[in-house]
Design a protein around this ligand. Structure first.
Ligand code: SF4
Length: 212
C-alpha cells in the first residue's frame, strides 16, 4: 500500500514523540543528503558497521562513507571472507560509534518492528552502538505492531529467504510455514516502542517504495 505524504508526516511525528530523531526524505538521494549534511556532522564517528538492508544500500551512503578518511568501517558482509570471521566482525560491530540499517516495519504510532536470523541487526538496535541510523521506505509503514509483525511474516521474510538463497519452504511457496529449517531466517524479534536514550536512534523515512 502506498503511503501518503500525510501518513509519512504522522509517522515522523509519532516517532519523534517516542524519542526517536525522525526525518522525511523525498527519495533515496535526498536521504543520503540528509544523512551527510544533517545527521553525520552531529556525530563523532570513528567506527562504523551496518546490518543488511536493501533500502540503506539504495541510498549509497555506505559507498560514500567507505571513502571517508578517519572512519573505520567494519565490513560484516565482505564477500569471500570466512563465516566465522564475519561472525566475529558482527560481534565487534556491537561496539561501534554508528550502526546503519533498515527496518522491516515502522508503525504509524511510532514504533519499530524487526525480525532477524542471527540477531546481528536486531541486537544493535537495542544496545551497543552509540548511535543507530535507520533508512525506511514508505512501503514499510504499517498501522501498528501486529500489522508490522504480519508484514514481516507474510512479505519480508519469504522474500528475504529467497534473496539469501535459503532452502526454506517459503522459498518454494512464497508464504511462511513457520518452519523448523536450519536455514530459518525468522528467529529473533525486535520491537522498539520508545528510543532510549532519547535520540540514540535516528530514522530517515523515504517517500519511495524501497526494500522488502
Ligand atoms: S519461518 Fe521459515 S518458512 Fe516462515 S518465512 Fe521464516 S524461513 Fe520462511
Amino acid at each position: 500500500m502506498t503511503r501518503t505524504a500525510n501518513q509519512l508526516q504522522a509517522c515522523r511525528n509519532a516517532l519523534a514523540a517516542n524519542g526517536f530523531d525522525a526525518f522525511i526524505a523525498r527519495d533515496s538521494a535526498h536521504a543520503s543528503a540528509l544523512f551527510f549534511e544533517g545527521i553525520l556532522p552531529q556525530l563523532k564517528v570513528r567506527t562504523l558497521a551496518w546490518g543488511d538492508s536493501m533500502t540503506m544500500a539504495a541510498t549509497g551512503v555506505l559507498d560514500e562513507l567507505s571513502r571517508h578518511k578517519g572512519v573505520q568501517v567494519i565490513a560484516t558482509f565482505e564477500p569471500g571472507i570466512e563465516r566465522k570471521v564475519l561472525i566475529e566482525r558482527r560481534r565487534q560491530a556491537l561496539l561501534t560509534d554508528l550502526f546503519l540499517t533498515g527496518a522491516n516495519a515502522v508503525t504509524l504510532d511510532g514504533k519499530l518492528v524487526n525480525l532477524d536470523m542471527i540477531g546481528n541487526r536486531t541486537a544493535p538496535l537495542s544496545f551497543g552502538p552509540k548511535k543507530v541510523v535507520i533508512f525506511a521506505g514508505r512501503n514499510k509503514i504499517v498501522p501498528d505492531i501486529p500489522a508490522g509483525m504480519e508484514r514481516v511474516r507474510t512479505i519480508a521474510a519469504p522474500l528475504n529467504s529467497r534473496r539469501h538463497g535459503m532452502q526454506t519452504p517459503c522459498v518454494r511457496t512464497g508464504r511462511c510455514h513457520d518452519c523448523s529449517s536450519p536455514q530459518r531466517i525468522c528467529n529473533s524479534w525486535s520491537l522498539i516502542e520508545k528510543c532510549f536514550p532519547k535520540g540514540r536512534i535516528k530514522i530517515v523515512l523515504i517517500d519511495e517504495d524501497l526494500g522488502l
